[in-house]
Design a protein around this ligand. Structure first.
Ligand code: NAP
Length: 234
């Protein structure tokens, strides 16, 4: 059987960790990546103790040469990268800071992690997907990046998620006619370090739509934005 290979970024905790768990439970070989080696290995050990097939790869998504090394590793070991979940993300805006007050450095750092990292990962892994004409790319976005619902506050984060959605749309258009499907997801407000304790969704609920998009059948949707397995406006 053709066992799929999935790469998930920022997966030592939160939604990324749960996406790894759910993908591995479906029989997919998961490469759990984390910028911190010790935290990543602990996460892998926790999932392996549940009988899941998970391996660790150290990756900071702002490190371009690290992303290239990951591509080389996947090519040598599997000759494939079937699924990419761009999950790693930061919300670095200082509380109460708006568009006129946010430091440019905060915007730059946020874009490096939330947009340029996913872009470089796509550039590195899509050639491997093309070899098998199979790919599922899931960009973990946010309702805060929806132009149709745009409000004030968290400006760096909002701009980064809108840009990530543009990456989804543009790539999906450029890959039209292939079996490489690219979609964005808003996980909802999820109980994680980022979402905080008052969030309304469990980790399992927050990961569900991303896992659904990561395992779409051939001919499935591409270039969409989803929450709770339903299309939402951009
Ligand atoms: P989280 O608990 O804060 O986890 C974020 C993860 O990203 C951590 O593993 C963190 O690693 C990793 N990360 C940050 N910068 C990185 C980098 N440069 N390289 C590699 N990994 C990096 O957040 P979460 O709630 O699970 O969020 C996951 C995704 O969902 C994010 O893209 C977020 O924007 C999105 N989202 C979350 C919510 C929510 O309510 N929670 C809502 C909408 C969208 P460290 O442990 O090393 O910091």
């Amino acid at each position: 059987m053709d066992r799929k290979i999935a790469v998930v970024t920022g997966a030592n905790r939160g939604i990324g960790f749960e996406i790894c768990r759910q993908l591995a439970a479906k029989g997919i070989s998961v490469v759990l990546t984390s910028r911190d080696e010790a935290k990543g290995r602990m996460a892998v050990a926790q999932l392996r103790s549940q009988g899941l097939e998970i391996e660790f790869y150290q990756l900071d998504v702002t490190d371009t040469s690290g992303i290239q090394r990951l591509g080389g590793f996947l090519e040598r070991k599997y000759g494939a990268a079937d699924i990419l979940v761009n999950n790693a993300g930061i919300m670095a805006d200082a509380k109460g800071t708006g568009m006129l007050g946010v430091q440019l450095q905060i915007i730059r750092t946020t874009m490096e992690t939330n947009v340029y990292g996913p872009l470089i990962l796509c550039r590195e892994l899509i050639p491997l997907m093309r070899k098998k004409n199979y790919g599922r790319i899931v960009n973990i976005s946010s309702g805060l990046g929806q132009l149709s619902e745009m409000g004030g506050g968290t400006p760096a984060y909002r701009m980064s998620k809108t840009a990530l959605n543009a990456l989804t749309r543009t790539l999906a258009a450029e890959l039209k006619g292939t079996n490489i499907l690219v979609n964005s997801v808003c996980p909802g407000w999820v109980k994680t370090d980022m979402g905080g304790p008052n969030a309304v969704k469990t980790l399992a609920e927050g990961a569900d739509t991303a896992v659904w998009l990561a395992t779409l059948p051939d001919g499935g949707a591409s270039g969409g934005f989803y929450r709770d397995r339903k299309a939402i406006s951009w």
